[in-house]
Design a protein. Structure first.
Length: 340
């Protein structure tokens, strides 16, 4: 059984559902205490009805900001507000990153959009650092204000690689490797080596042993990719191995890694997967990142990866449970024989 979390922990903050008593804090942030009670009451009703909605950004359970999550006909509208101190120390950015990743992993698969006033570069910077991209064609004017619209990346799975998609994947893989990413090659590996590896992955996609996960910009550009490998034994049909996780090094600092992993988790759950495993090359700073997205180290092979003469690295094995193990079917269980 899979249960969506209703509290998300971050560094120095947490996201939680709203309560009626949070209305005064919202009113102080937006300068409208009277209306804030109706707004928060609506948020509470949405959570009760839909199981998701706007988040309270809390420090020691006290509200210091809000991330609005409002479903509309063809998208989900995001907003972010926080106290000046929380905005200044980066926690507003962290809160929006958590909310976007949660939406990618759990909410309906529609665009996530946030609009900012043209004269509000601070909020735009928070949005861009959370992976959202300006979509100029959606800019508009309303009530005398010129608004800019930013949209989050989205995730798509793939089982084939048409020529353009194949070229995009090779380009991404080469950029990541050249930037020092641990993606299966020594530094400076030629493009031909990457192309050969992509060909092998295509064979796995065709056989059904692999499923690809791509992170795309609103314009459809590939900025992240990973693979889910299905074990060959039926004894492990409930697990997948996550392989070759990579995001565009030219877009560092935009939370793309977190968003890609959210998409990987969503894709795995869609297949009924209960457990994910993953291994990575030590020494490139990935341990803390994977811990933040729910993985636990369960093993280590010292020195088995040689990236250069005299530079041997550990291979680190990680594990994460996505869903609870279903209870065994008791309907056909044999009763204990009567003792005579």
């Amino acid at each position: 059984m899979t249960t969506r979390p209703t509290t998300i922990a971050g560094v120095g903050l947490a996201l939680r559902p709203p309560r009626a008593e949070d209305a005064d804090a919202l009113g102080q942030l937006v300068g409208d205490v009277d209306r804030s009670h109706d707004v928060v009451a609506g948020w509470v009703r949405r959570w009760e009805r839909d199981g998701f909605g706007s988040w309270v950004v809390a420090v020691e359970d006290e509200p210091v900001g809000f991330v609005g999550v409002r479903p509309r006909e063809d998208d989900i509208a995001l907003t972010v507000r926080s106290t000046p101190a929380v905005a200044a120390d980066g926690r507003a950015r962290a809160a929006l990153r958590l909310a976007v990743a949660d939406a990618i992993e759990w909410l309906p698969d529609v665009p996530l959009r946030l609009r900012v006033a043209e004269d509000d570069p601070t909020t735009r910077a928070v949005a861009e650092s959370s992976g959202l991209v300006h979509v100029p064609e959606d800019d508009h004017e309303a009530r005398g204000t010129r608004w800019q619209v930013l949209e989050s990346p989205y995730v798509r799975t793939f089982t084939t690689l048409p020529p353009r998609a194949r070229r995009s994947l090779v380009d991404l893989w080469v950029r990541v490797n050249d930037a020092g990413g641990a993606v299966g090659f020594v530094a400076g590996a030629p493009r031909e080596d990457v192309e050969a590896e992509v060909e092998r992955r295509e064979d796995g996609l065709a056989s059904g042993h692999l499923r690809g996960v791509g992170l795309m910009t609103p314009a459809g550009d590939l900025v992240g990719a990973a693979f889910l490998r299905t074990p060959t034994t039926p004894l492990q049909a409930h697990i997948r191995s996550v392989e070759s996780v990579m995001v565009d090094p030219q877009r560092r600092g935009a939370s793309l890694g977190r968003h890609l992993m959210a998409g990987v988790h969503r894709a795995a759950r869609d297949e009924g997967v209960e457990i994910l495993t993953l291994d990575y090359r030590d020494g490139v700073g990935l341990g803390q990142f994977y811990a933040k997205v729910g993985y636990t180290e369960v093993g280590r092979q010292p020195g088995v990866i040689r990236v250069a003469p005299g530079d041997d690295r550990d291979s680190v094995l990680l594990w994460r449970r996505l869903a609870e193990t279903p209870a065994p079917d008791q309907t056909g269980a044999q009763e204990e024989p009567e003792r005579r």
